[in-house]
Design a protein around this ligand. Structure first.
Ligand SMILES: Cc1cc2nc3c(=O)[nH]c(=O)nc-3n(C[C@H](O)[C@H](O)[C@H](O)COP(=O)(O)OP(=O)(O)OC[C@H]3O[C@@H](n4cnc5c(N)ncnc54)[C@H](O)[C@@H]3O)c2cc1C
Length: 390
């Protein structure tokens, strides 16, 4: 389809990329990109990193307004899509009905708000509006408590220490970033944060939030005058559900990123898709997944390229002077082997599944290449001294 009307719901990393890639692939029909947030589509990763220090919001825009004008992308900011009428092939937004030949759902996620007493007092860090409010609240020395020791909570903690605040992190799991990295890497980052002066509390969920701080379930009280909630997210699936689309830990799509309606695709944080390596249904929260999904969907819509989605997942997180990079996707039980000071290899059934590195971009890039080609087994790697280039 090179002339049809495409409507995209959600103007974040993936929604924006879908609009840009559709034009790049040669779609000549109208593209409408609808987003609930104000301003131009922007990059989210800096919100927990550089932006907290610099406050330079303009630098976050993915493209200037002129890009949208030049590429005839009809961008509708501050517009909430309330419903999808699949029979009429229309979306309803702000009193308007917008017709589509193909619809792309890129609605992302929102913060998970666990049922904790007083949790409403905790701040979020998901949008530029959240980050601006947080930055404004950090205008003087503060005692900060962070609920959640995942990527975002830890990135925030590292920046807040650099800015001179007192910081505590409370993580319910027994180790940091447990969903994403090996125990070896968790330990390494625990040491880093303790060295930075962050008070890290592991293994006790937060029981209550109050004006004076947070209370942990093991009886520990942490004094704080600002509490950040960074305890994970949930996919925005309500629109899809109400339209009768299949939802399974995200809007369920097939290997071509199509929902249960062949006129609707879904991508990025809100979509669950079959992992090409294990066939398990997964949902990833990363810029790589959102943008690679978007490119694949654009190729399918415009060029009819029906290839199964197979891009290798990769992730990064910047904490103080440590750049953590992960190539591939490891299961929680996968074996972890520290092959050098800067790299941990993960294995399942003797096959390499992921490579975690710290400040080692070379090994990360080699791992991305190797894991994309044929996946090496442990015996072969060990014989080569764990040298991915060999
Ligand atoms: C603070 C922070 C730091 C991060 N750091 C990293 C990092 O270092 N590396 C990395 O890979 N990833 C990082 N991420 C994750 C990354 O930003 C997301 O994976 C990525 O933005 C997902 O893109 P998306 O298009 O799926 O969703 P999003 O970018 O979240 O966009 C979804 C958009 O849809 C809009 N929307 C939802 N429902 C509707 C509706 N009904 N009508 C209209 N609009 C709607 C939302 O308002 C939102 O703007 C970070 C995220 C945050 C919050």
């Amino acid at each position: 389809m090179s002339t049809g009307r495409v409507v995209i719901v959600g103007a974040g990393q993936g929604g924006f990329q879908a609009a840009a890639s559709l034009r790049q692939e040669g779609l000549s029909g109208p593209i409408t990109l609808i987003g609930a947030e104000p301003g131009l589509p922007y990059q989210r990763p800096p919100l927990s990193k550089a932006y907290l220090k610099t406050g330079e919001a303009a630098k976050l825009a993915l493209r200037p307004q002129s890009f949208f004008d030049k590429n005839a992308i009809n961008y509708l900011p501050e517009t909430w899509v309330e419903g999808i009428d699949r029979a009429a092939a229309e979306v309803h937004a702000g009193g308007r009905r917008i017709a589509y030949d193909h619809l792309i759902l890129a609605t992302g996620t929102r913060n998970l708000r666990p049922p904790i007493d007083g949790i409403d007092a905790a701040l979020d860090l998901r949008t530029l509006t959240d980050a601006a409010a947080l930055r404004a609240a950090l205008d003087g020395p503060r005692r900060l408590a962070v609920i959640g020791g995942g990527f975002i909570g830890l990135e925030f903690a590292a920046v807040a220490r650099e800015l001179g605040h007192e910081v505590s992190v409370a993580e319910a799991a027994p180790r940091l970033m447990a969903r994403a990295v090996s125990p070896l890497m968790s330990d390494r980052f625990l040491a880093l944060h303790r060295q930075l002066g962050v008070a890290v509390h592991l293994g006790a969920p937060v029981a209550a939030v109050s004006a004076t701080g947070i209370a942990l379930s093991d009886g520990t009280d942490i004094d704080a005058d600002l509490v950040l909630l960074a305890a994970g997210v949930r996919p925005n699936t309500e629109l899809a559900e109400a339209a009768g689309l299949a939802v399974e830990n995200g809007i369920a799509v097939d290997a071509r990123l199509l929902t249960s309606d062949p006129a609707i695709s879904a991508l990025g944080d809100c979509a669950s898709f079959p992992d090409p390596r294990t066939a398990r249904r997964i949902r990833l929260e990363s810029v790589q997944a959102a943008t690679d999904h978007a490119r694949a969907i654009a190729r399918r819509i415009v060029k009819g390229d029906d290839a199964y989605y197979a891009a290798l997942p990769w992730f990064w997180s910047d904490q103080a002077d440590c750049k953590l990079q992960i190539a591939g996707l490891a299961g929680a039980e996968d074996e972890a082997v520290a092959v050098s000071d800067s790299a941990v290899f993960r294995f399942a059934g003797g096959q390499l599944t992921a490579v975690e590195t710290v400040n080692d971009a070379r090994t990360h890039m080699q791992a991305r290449k190797r894991l994309t080609a044929s996946v090496p087994d442990r015996t072969t790697l060990e014989a080569a001294g764990f040298d991915l280039a060999a």
